[in-house]
Design a protein around this ligand. Structure first.
Ligand SMILES: O=P(O)(O)OC[C@H]1O[C@H](OP(=O)(O)OP(=O)(O)O)[C@H](O)[C@@H]1O
Ligand SMILES: NC(=O)CC[C@H](N)C(=O)O
Ligand SMILES: [Mg+2]
Length: 585
């Protein structure tokens, strides 16, 4: 029961990573031939974790009705409770392809009569070469397979597992299996697998795009996408949880021995920076400090934008993720204010009174909680359909905090992707408070290019930065240049060369980041709002200064770590030009 409870906790702690559904699988060791040794359960109900574990709880109750002390008899409960096993795998789904049906929820499971050929897989990932993968193992795809990178991954790993299993009399080397399989995947992935013979693995992509951490002691071997979830669940210190190195796999054999082995050749490390900015929870020690730094680095630009007028400026943030970056921004403001206080006081020499000194010392950065998020839901990782409406209703506002016509409002968010949160909700609400000006600050740089490695931002036309640049082309009568970029993409496509370079970088070349920001400000402000709005973005340089270990920045710079990335961005552009609404992978 220990393991099951820990799995439940780990999953609860990573709810932030997926709301589309959940699933778990388990494998029992040393079972008698009549006991089923592998199970899987999935749910896409509104509370999927509660649904899955609620059912397990009900089964335990039923067993206890017959045998009240069953929990004191591990072997007995193991034999009767399908979910209980020595090996367990849990997953929260954030669909980056396919549908939100339960069929797409992880783990997937492939059964066979031979124990070592039973495989269950779940992961935090996105692959861009699903079709190629099916071809590589000579399988044809149906409608479902076409939409599931996990199905493709399953077939490839299974192909090598079955082969290895035959060659070794049912004792496959997972290292060999993964060496062969992983080399074929183009994407960002952290994936966990359990095999019916009682072995298991966690595999991380060669660029370390997706995060993976592990912890071992005498009792457990555990891995998860976020360090903080392992720390809290097992109540351990920062240094006890290690990152799984890029291109490596953590492999556990049926006896419970483990190793961390390289399965992919050494590649450039490009861990996803969006994990640090938004996706991961901010409770992790390092991520917390990085988010503080992101906010802090923006303070000079913000000071300039408010003309250093701290008396008439109120600072706030858009909940929830931006909260930590907000603290960083406020720290920057405080540092500036304190410097001013010291300079002023020194300039008085002896000419001051107690009141004058008190007034100066008590000057503060004006902070208010202006936006309130009523529902504890991450709208960004919610399926597109219905997101606009959800965003409209999820936020509320605090009245009576702003002096109308006098105060400028500075509000920080962690990222501006489609601009929906701002346009559909925040700007309109803030304008009801009648500030003199609204300044929106983004702790992430402008998102200009799609992600295809596990963050669901894949359609070019969705990005507010893209739409802003497009407007600038129109304003300046430069539409022909856009058509030229399209022609170049089409020419590459014709010769199957889309993967060779990111043509879309040219699309942003004619404009400065400032010009695009100014246009974004226009686009997120509805026509009937007459309060000036300004938008300030993080610079790429300060992103890297703030998050030095996560250098993956393709959505900001267009520099993709794998050939599939270039293909996706060019294809996304073609899709946009041709009015095709689907994802480009
Ligand atoms: O520009 P957009 O396309 O609207 O996306 C950006 C917004 O989405 C995310 O918030 P989310 O609601 O996911 O959750 P949070 O509470 O974690 O901030 C992010 O923090 C931004 O606020
Ligand atoms: N990150 C995940 O939860 C799974 C992503 C996977 N590509 C899917 O769409 O199912
Ligand atoms: Mg948010």
């Amino acid at each position: 029961m220990y393991g099951l409870n820990k799995l439940y906790l780990l999953m609860e702690k990573q709810h932030n990573r997926g709301q589309d559904g959940a699933g778990m699988a388990s494998v029992k060791l040393d079972t008698s031939s009549s006991t089923p040794y592998m199970m899987r359960s999935r749910s896409n109900s509104t509370q999927p974790i509660a649904d899955i574990f609620g059912k397990i709880g009900a089964e335990i109750k039923e067993l206890e009705a017959h045998q009240p002390d069953i929990q004191q008899h591990p072997e007995f409960i193991k034999a009767h409770l399908p979910a209980l096993g020595e090996l367990m795998l849990g997953h929260l789904r954030y669909g980056t392809q396919g549908k939100n049906n339960v069929e797409f929820c992880h783990p997937f499971l492939k059964r066979s009569l031979e124990k070592s050929k039973n495989l269950t897989l779940a992961g935090n990932f996105n692959l861009v070469n699903t079709e190629e993968l099916f071809n590589s193992v000579d399988l044809s795809m149906g409608e479902f397979q076409r939409q599931s990178d996990l199905a493709a991954m399953m077939e490839v790993i299974y192909h090598y597992l079955a082969m290895e299993s035959d060659n070794t009399n049912g004792n496959p080397s997972l290292q060999k299996v993964l060496e062969n399989a992983a080399a074929k995947f183009d994407g960002g992935f952290t994936v966990g697998g359990l095999v019916g013979n009682g072995s298991g693995f966690v595999l991380r992509d060669g660029n370390g795009i997706r995060p993976a951490y592990y912890y071992t002691d005498d009792e457990v071997i555990v891995a998860a996408s976020e360090r903080a979830s392992i720390r809290t669940t097992f109540n351990i210190g920062e240094d006890r949880v290690k990152p799984l190195p890029a291109g490596h796999a953590l492999i556990v054999d049926p006896q419970g021995d483990f190793k961390v082995a390289r399965v992919l050749p050494e590649m450039e490390k490009r861990a996803c920076s969006f994990e640090r900015i938004y996706f991961s929870r901010g409770g992790d020690e390092k991520i917390y400090r990085e988010r503080i730094a992101l906010g802090y680095h923006l303070s000079q630009t913000v000071l300039e934008a408010i003309n250093y007028d701290l008396r008439n400026t109120i600072f706030s943030y858009i909940p929830n993720t931006a909260e930590v970056a907000y603290y960083g921004l406020v720290k920057g403001m405080e540092d500036y204010l304190n410097k001013i206080k010291v300079e002023r006081i020194l300039s008085w020499e002896k000419d001051f009174t107690r009141e004058k000194l008190e007034e100066m010392v008590n000057r503060k950065i004006r902070q208010e909680k202006i936006a309130i998020k009523d529902v504890k839901m991450r709208t960004f990782i919610t399926a597109d359909s219905g997101r606009n409406e959800m965003v409209q209703h999820v936020y509320d506002i605090t009245y009576g905090t702003v002096r109308p016509g006098t105060d400028t409002l500075v509000v920080i968010d962690d990222s501006i992707v489609r601009g929906t949160t701002l346009k559909e909700s925040i700007i309109r609400m803030l304008s009801r408070l009648k500030p003199k000006k609204i300044i929106i600050v983004s702790s992430a740089p402008q998102i200009r290019y799609p992600d295809c490695y596990g963050i669901d931002m894949s359609r070019m036309g969705d990005f507010i930065a893209f739409r802003a640049a497009l407007e600038l082309y129109n304003d300046r009568g430069m539409q022909q240049s856009v058509r030229d970029i399209y022609q170049e993409c089409k020419a590459l496509e014709q010769f199957d060369q889309l993967h060779t370079k990111n043509v879309v970088k040219q699309f942003y070349k004619p404009f400065t980041a400032h010009e695009i920001s100014a246009k974004i400000a226009q686009l997120i402000t509805a026509e009937d709002i007459d309060i000036p709005v300004e938008v300030i973005f993080q610079t790429i340089e300060d992103l890297h200064n703030s998050c030095p270990t996560n250098t993956g920045d393709w959505y900001f710079t267009g520099n993709y770590p794998t050939p599939g990335g270039n293909r996706v961005v060019n294809k996304a552009f073609i899709n946009f030009m041709e009015g095709i609404e689907t994802r480009a992978y």
